[in-house]
Ligand binder design. Structure first.
Ligand code: ZN
Ligand code: ZN
Length: 231
């Protein structure tokens, strides 16, 4: 225990110096006793299956015998190996994310585009049946889809065409096979006969690169954000 001599107010510089020296000597003696005690202190071996008591030859030695030393060294090696494996795994995952498959970019873009369509049409009724209310007839529980007029399966080139996709009740889109005939009637009402016919005649393939898809995803996210801000 270190004893502190409080600084006496009004004591002369000479006296203060004398105090300081005594303090230093005392401190040194305390340190000596501590090191002596530390040298003789018994420690338990770090190896769980051993736990034998021993006196450390050096402060860093936490094992009682060469055998236990080997156990400690092997455990350390194993830990290092695990850390390396973890770093490699992380590296691989990062590379994989970089080379995300094109299909993933398409899916990302579709998600962003569909979200924008649903919000764009939020005040309009279902494109095929004209039902505006959800909840009243129990359809609301299923919510809304962004329903394609010409399906993604048969016309993948129109999957991101704003005229081809409109907000539709999940009930109609998924359980009514899209209700193509009713969809067409609703679509003519909304965008006009000419635009519908143009859509039906549009068979020009669209091929997007990964970079284009990334840009389109960002574009539709931005559009949705702006729409929401304006709403
Ligand atoms: Zn041991
Ligand atoms: Zn409908």
């Amino acid at each position: 225990m270190m004893r502190r001599t409080p600084m006496k107010t009004g004591s002369s510089p000479m006296k203060r110096q004398a105090f300081a020296r005594t303090e230093r000597i005392e401190a040194r003696e305390v340190t000596k006793t501590i090191t002596k005690a530390a040298r003789e202190k018994k420690h338990k071996c770090v190896v769980k299956s051993c736990r034998a008591e021993f006196v450390r030859p050096q402060p860093f030695v936490t094992w009682c015998s060469p055998e236990c030393g080997t156990v400690v060294a092997l455990a350390k090696l194993d830990k290092q190996r695990q850390a390396t494996a973890k770093a490699e795994r992380k590296d691989r995952q990062e590379k994989l994310a970089k080379f995300k498959r094109k299909a993933d970019h398409v899916a990302d873009c579709q998600k962003a585009f569909n979200a924008w369509v649903r919000f764009r049409d939020r005040l309009l009724p279902c494109i095929c049946c004209g039902r505006a209310l959800t909840g009243v007839d129990g359809l609301g529980a299923h919510g809304w889809d962004a329903g394609h007029y010409r399906s993604v399966g048969s016309a993948p080139h129109l999957r991101f065409h704003p005229d081809n996709v409109h907000r539709q009740l999940v009930h109609c889109n998924r359980y009514g096979a899209g209700r193509a005939v009713d969809y067409r009637i609703g679509l003519i009402k909304r965008i006009g006969q000419a635009a519908v016919e143009a859509l039906e005649a549009d068979n020009e393939p669209r091929h997007y690169t990964a970079d284009q898809l990334i840009a389109m995803t960002a574009h539709y996210r931005k559009l949705l954000k702006e729409l929401k801000a304006a709403a």
